[in-house]
Design a protein around this ligand. Structure first.
Ligand SMILES: *Cc1c(COP(=O)(O)O)cnc(C)c1O
Length: 399
C-alpha cells in the first residue's frame, strides 16, 4: 500500500478514537530511530509510550523472537512452557514478590490486582472491598480500571461504572487518612503518575502509605505499568523509593514491544487466589514471555539501569538549563528517563508538532506538558541534539 492509502484506510475503517494521529506511517525502526515509509527518520523520545525499552531491532530480542516463532507462538495455559517458567522465576528472584500472573496489557494486570485484593479479604471473611486511588491517576481503559482512574473526563460517557472506588488528591497523606474506612481494602497509586502529566510521588508520601496500610490492615498496590522496568534507574520504581508494595503491576516495557502485562504479590496475598479464580487465554504465552525474559536479561547484561541513572540526570540537567533560559518553561519534573516539562501556556501540542517536523517524536501529555519517555538505550548525544532543537523551536516560534 502507498503511504497515503494507509492513512485513508484508517480514516475510513478504524474507529475514530485517537486524538490527532501524526502524519507518520511507521515502516521500521533501528536503535532509537523510527523510519517513515517515505524514508524520513525520527529520533524517538516516546518509545511507543514507554514500551520499547531496548529501542528497535535489538539483535538479542530479534534473535530470541525469531527462534521462538519457529518453535511455537502460542499454547494454552493448560500446559507448561519454559519461557514462562524462566520469566516467573526471574521476576520473583529480582523483586519483593513471591508469585506472578501474566496478562496481555496493563489494564488487565490492574484488573487482576484489584480482583486479588478483594479476594484476599473475602477469604478472611472481612468486608473490605473499597479501593482508594489518586486524583489525576491513570489505570487503564477497561470499565474496572476506568473506575480506578481518578479523572472525571474518562468516566463521563460510560456510567454506571463498577463501584467501590474513592479518589484522593495525590501526594496528600492527610487526605488518605480521612478517606480510609472499615471497608478499605487497598490503596492503589502510580509511584510516578504518567498520563496525568509525570508527577512523581514524594518519598514521604509512599512511606506514609506503607505505614498506614500496615497499621490499618490495607493492601498497598503500586501501578508500575509506566514507571517500572528501568525508567527510574532501578528495575522497579518501588526500589527507587525504597517502599515495598503488597501487589504491583507491570506492562508497557516488560515485553520490549511484545504485549505482556503482569501483577505480582507476596505469598500471603497471592495465596488468596485458588484454581478457577483467574485466568487468561493469551496471558504469558510463549512469544510474550520469551520477549519479556529476553528484555529483562538484556537490561541487566548491558548495565542499562546504571546507564539510565546517568543519561537521566544529564537529560534533567539540560531541561533545567532550558527552564532557566526560556521563559515559557515553568517546571521540570520526573525521575530517570521518565521526564516532562511544564509550560506556562497551552502550547505543548504546537511544540510537539514543530519538533515532529524536525524529526523528533515527543508527546504532549497535557495541553501544557511535554513528556519524554525515550528508550533506555538513548545516548547523551541524542538527548543533546533533541534539547538543542527544542530550544531553537521554543526561541524561534511566536508561542
Ligand atoms: C498505560 C498504563 C495503563 C494501561 O495499560 P494498557 O496496556 O494500555 O492497558 C495502566 N496504568 C498506567 C500507569 C499506565 O501508564
Amino acid at each position: 500500500m502507498l503511504r497515503d492509502e494507509i492513512i485513508t484506510c484508517d480514516k475510513n475503517y478504524f474507529m475514530n478514537v485517537f486524538k490527532g494521529r501524526f502524519p507518520l506511517v511507521v515502516d521500521h525502526g533501528e536503535g532509537v530511530k523510527v523510519y517513515d515509509k517515505n524514508g524520513k527518520v525520527y529520533c524517538d523520545f516516546l518509545s511507543g509510550i514507554g514500551v520499547n525499552a531496548l529501542g528497535y531491532s535489538c539483535p538479542e530480542l530479534v534473535e530470541a523472537l525469531r527462534e521462538q516463532v519457529e518453535k511455537i507462538i502460542h499454547c494454552s495455559n493448560l500446559y507448561y512452557i519454559e519461557p514462562q517458567a524462566e520469566l516467573e522465576k526471574w521476576l520473583v528472584n529480582h523483586s519483593v514478590a513471591d508469585r506472578v500472573f501474566f496478562s496481555n496489557s496493563g489494564a488487565e494486570a490492574n484488573e487482576g490486582a484489584i480482583k486479588l485484593a478483594r479476594k484476599y479479604f473475602e477469604v478472611r471473611n472481612e468486608n473490605k472491598y473499597e479501593i482508594i486511588t489518586a486524583q489525576n491517576s491513570f489505570h487503564g481503559r477497561t470499565l474496572m480500571t476506568l473506575a480506578a482512574t481518578g479523572q472525571e473526563k474518562y468516566h463521563r460517557f460510560f456510567q454506571p461504572l463498577p463501584q467501590g472506588f474513592k479518589y484522593v488528591p495525590f501526594n496528600d497523606l492527610e487526605a488518605v487518612y480521612r478517606s480510609v474506612g472499615p471497608n478499605t481494602a487497598a490503596i492503589m497509586v502510580e509511584p510516578i503518575q504518567g498520563e496525568g502529566g509525570v508527577y512523581p510521588a514524594t518519598r514521604e508520601y509512599l512511606e506514609g502509605l506503607r505505614k498506614l496500610c500496615d497499621e490499618e490492615n490495607i493492601l498497598l498496590i503500586f501501578d508500575e505499568i509506566q514507571c517500572g522496568i528501568g525508567k527510574t534507574g532501578t528495575l522497579f520504581a518501588y526500589e527507587y523509593y525504597g517502599v515495598e508494595p503488597d501487589i504491583f503491576t507491570l506492562a508497557k516495557a516488560l515485553g520490549g514491544g511484545v504485549p505482556i502485562g503482569a501483577f505480582l504479590a507476596r505469598e500471603e496475598v497471592a495465596n488468596a487466589f485458588k484454581p478457577g479464580d483467574h485466568g487468561s487465554t493469551f496471558g504469558g504465552n510463549p512469544l510474550a514471555t520469551r520477549a519479556a525474559i529476553t528484555t529483562l536479561k538484556v537490561i541487566k547484561e548491558r548495565g542499562l539501569l546504571n546507564k539510565v541513572k546517568k543519561t537521566g540526570q544529564y537529560f534533567k540537567n539540560l531541561l533545567e538549563e532550558l527552564k532557566e533560559e526560556i521563559d515559557i518553561v515553568n517546571e521540570v519534573r520526573g525521575v530517570g528517563l521518565m521526564l516532562a516539562i511544564e509550560l506556562n501556556r497551552n502550547k505543548a501540542r504546537d511544540i510537539v508538532n514543530y519538533m515532529f517536523e524536525k524529526g523528533f517524536l515527543l508527546n504532549a501529555v497535557k495541553d501544557n506538558i511535554i513528556r519524554f519517555l525515550p528508550p533506555l538505550i538513548i545516548e547523551k548525544t541524542d538527548i543533546k541534539n533533541m534539547v538543542g532543537e527544542l530550544k531553537t523551536v521554543l526561541e524561534k516560534n511566536n508561542l
